[in-house]
Design a protein around this ligand. Sequence first.
Ligand code: GLN
Length: 311
Amino acid sequence: MQKLLDDSVTYAKSFPKTGAVASYIPELAKADPTRYGAAIALPNGRTLISGDTDVPFTMQSISKVVSLILALQTSGYDAVFKRVGMEPTGDAFNSIIRLETNTAKPSNPMINAGAIVVASCIQCEHPFEAMLQLTRKFCGNDQIELNEAVYLSEKKEGKRNRAMAYFMQSEGILPSDVDVEYYLDQYFRMCSVSVTAPDLARMGMVLANNGVNPVTGERVAEGWQVRIAKTFMVTCGLYDSSGAFAVKVGIPSKSGVGGGILSAVEKRMGIGVFHPMLDAKGNSIGGVRMLEFLSQRMGLHMFSEPETVAG
Ligand code: GLN
């Protein structure tokens, strides 16, 4: 398996360098486009690593998985899905169009508008602290912290997210008695939590194990919450590439414009990959290549024949 992981990084590097690092959040433009990292976390506690696995990057949209689970934990199913839908959009992650043409209720929790509403559903005194703690538990890493520079950069430049939040408040989707900036601040912070590929691999393993850390036996989230999160990872996890990714890779996954992708192979393993160059949809180019390789070579597609699954 170590050899396959190494080969997946080599495979991803073999493609011509296309795409670009995210620059609409100025601080993200500083990412080194030559970095490729991949990690696999196994139920026995072993984490295999290859490439630039010590390079930190911000979770960005991957944080939407954690905040959704925290919202479900603190507000419950009905309160969350009263305010956010369950359908993929086929639009870009930061698209505004459906908020007015369809309904102001965002289509799902994995698009930006949906995640801002989800942030408003986290019922506790210090929502960001709670989200950070939950991320640390999922990743089995107490050292995970906010990247202050990325947070401040996004807070300063996040005009599009701000526009969506004010629009949703005007339509009564966000509470009118709370300053919209409060929810936006939580959202920007959550996106700016800094992780590595092995952190994501370990989080993927907990998700693959339905919310229980297989090493410590600790339950990080309830099975029903994890099932909902993984379902959205299948249908909406790679923005408007989710359909093609499901056909080609077939592993519940969530990408972020920081260049990371979180993947959970049911019962078997968690995978974390990282490469900051993004395609036109905002997905990590090298990350998708590595996952394509691993899925094919190890038979990890969710509809693989059991006998094709490598041990
Ligand atoms: N923080 C980013 C934004 O709001 C997250 C988007 C992403 O990773 N797709 O634009």
